[in-house]
Design a protein around this ligand. Structure first.
Ligand code: GSH
Length: 201
């Protein structure tokens, strides 16, 4: 199985999930600036042209972070990276994964976009702040997003909230989120992925 990734981008969530699960995989780097992967246009391999993407040993592709994280968790149920299929807890996990994808991950997009004007960037950060506040409230009473156990939702939330530092946006006003990120960063699998991707913050 190959994981197509770009260092520090949202594909770091799948990199963390695969490493936490102890699954064998080959990381393949995509240069999002040039669109090239090993010198070839990535779009010619995966028409979406963006990461994350998984390619199975038989050549099939799977894309979209929430699908990939669910797939990885289900490949190794004993790793406990998601509640069992068909349970209420699994739907709550899907609720959080969707929140992370559409509210947090995509909430950061205008902040990364060089063509976004300063006032639109501030508006995007204010909107994103209301979502981070929700997460902060949740983390006041539990260690991880789904309760007391690390899951792929944490791999995803950690990955995208880590962008705040890269964008010089402080998370200090959310102490539960700050403490949570510090704890996740210390997990051996997460530390190994940060090192492998060359991410310092
Ligand atoms: N809908 C996709 C979005 C993935 C995404 O935003 N990928 C970014 C990196 S974080 C990317 O590859 N951007 C390059 C591009 O869109 O061309 C998902 O949820 O997985």
């Amino acid at each position: 199985m190959k994981l197509y990734f770009s260092p520090g981008s949202c594909s770091m969530a799948e990199h963390i999930a695969l490493t936490e699960a102890g699954l064998p995989f080959e990381p393949v780097r995509v240069d999002l600036r040039t669109g090239l992967c090993n010198g070839e246009p990535f779009k010619a391999m995966n028409p979406k042209g963006y990461v994350p993407a998984l390619q199975l040993a038989d050549g099939r592709w799977l894309t979209e972070g929430v699908a990939l994280l669910s797939y990885i968790a289900d490949l190794k149920p004993e790793a406990g990276l998601l509640p069992a299929l068909g349970t209420w807890e699994r739907y709550k996990a899907l609720e959080w994964l969707t929140f992370i994808s559409t509210e947090l991950h995509k909430g950061f997009s205008p902040l990364w976009n060089p063509s976004t004007g300063l006032s639109d960037k501030e508006a995007a950060w204010e909107r994103l702040s209301t979502r981070i506040e929700l997460l902060n409230d949740l983390l006041k009473t539990q260690d991880f997003i789904l309760g007391q156990q690390f899951s792929v939702a944490d791999a995803y939330a950690f990955t995208v909230l880590n962008w705040a530092g890269m964008l010089k946006r402080s998370l200090e006003r959310w102490p539960s989120v700050t403490a949570y990120l510090g704890k996740i960063r210390e997990r051996p699998a997460v530390a190994a992925v940060l090192k492998a991707e060359g991410i310092k913050s």
